[in-house]
Design a binder for this molecule. Structure first.
Ligand code: ATP
Ligand code: MG
Length: 241
């Protein structure tokens, strides 16, 4: 399915009906706050989950939607797992949290994924009393000026800049300040988790455990589907098997 502006009205109802995006904005007297956590999620890990949960609490969000990127603009030169696998892992990791939702919105859209396009489509889908909060880690914020249509992103969403160990949020702050685009930014202190998807992939490839780094359901999926050069198809099997 192609989620472009032309067939938007047709697919809008369908997307909401099948629960891929939340139904928000019904009460015109109220403002709704929708968090959007974008990423490659290859695989999703506790760093993503804790950042989203912190944003939910600190910014009084109604819901956080996790959107695995289709073909991430920044990872064109890298090997990335299929959208289906990344979506499935995101779904497993978020399913026990009532205010998290995993969405196929970006993986079902053809071509390279640009945040500006996603936000523009969402803007057309939701009434004006639904505000968007795009959640990113300090590393992604620092690169934001390289994004396609940064000014479009700035006009459509509040940027939530989360601390991330190993990345300097102060540098991100300065970059944004110097920029000609004026962003509405909220800075968010997240309990430090110095982990990344790359770190998890490396651990899997040498047979190390992912316990406490990502939900066990995600680890189970990785083993069952033999992602990242996993050695055993059975999660929890003995080292020598
Ligand atoms: P990779 O190592 O493959 O780049 P990653 O861990 O950086 O993976 P992404 O999918 O690239 O994960 O990140 C999605 C978003 O989550 C980005 O905005 C990133 O800054 C943020 N993020 C990732 N890990 C953390 C973490 N440990 N703490 C806070 N934010 C994080
Ligand atoms: Mg990254």
């Amino acid at each position: 399915m192609n989620y472009d502006a032309e067939n938007l009205t047709d697919f809008a109802q369908e997307v909401v009906d099948r629960g891929d995006l939340p139904l928000l904005g019904r009460d015109p007297h109220r403002t709704y706050h929708l968090g959007i956590m974008g990423g490659t999620f290859d695989p999703i890990h506790n760093g993503h989950l804790v950042a989203a949960e912190q944003a939910f609490d600190d910014l009084d969000l109604d819901l956080v939607v996790f959107m695995p990127a289709g073909r991430p603009a920044f990872k064109q030169d890298k090997q990335v797992s299929s959208g289906e696998d990344r979506y499935a892992m995101t779904l497993l990791a978020t399913s026990d949290n009532p205010h998290f939702l995993a969405s196929r919105f970006e993986i079902d859209r053809g071509g390279i994924t640009y945040t500006a396009d996603t936000l523009q489509l969402l803007r057309k889908l939701y009434p004006d009393n639904v505000k968007f909060y795009f959640i990113t880690g300090a590393d992604a914020v620092a690169e934001i000026m390289a994004w396609k249509n940064a000014e479009k992103v700035a006009s459509l969403a509040t940027l939530v800049a989360a601390t991330r160990p190993g990345y300097d949020l102060e540098h991100a702050r300065k970059t944004l300040k110097k920029s000609s685009v004026s962003f509405d930014v909220r800075y968010l202190t997240v309990p430090a988790l110095a982990i990344s998807s790359s770190y998890l992939r490396d651990r899997v490839s040498v047979g190390q455990s992912l316990r406490y780094l990502t939900p066990d359901t995600v680890t189970g999926y990785i083993h069952k589907h033999k992602l990242y050069g996993v050695h055993s198809s059975r999660y929890g099997s003995l080292r020598e098997e």
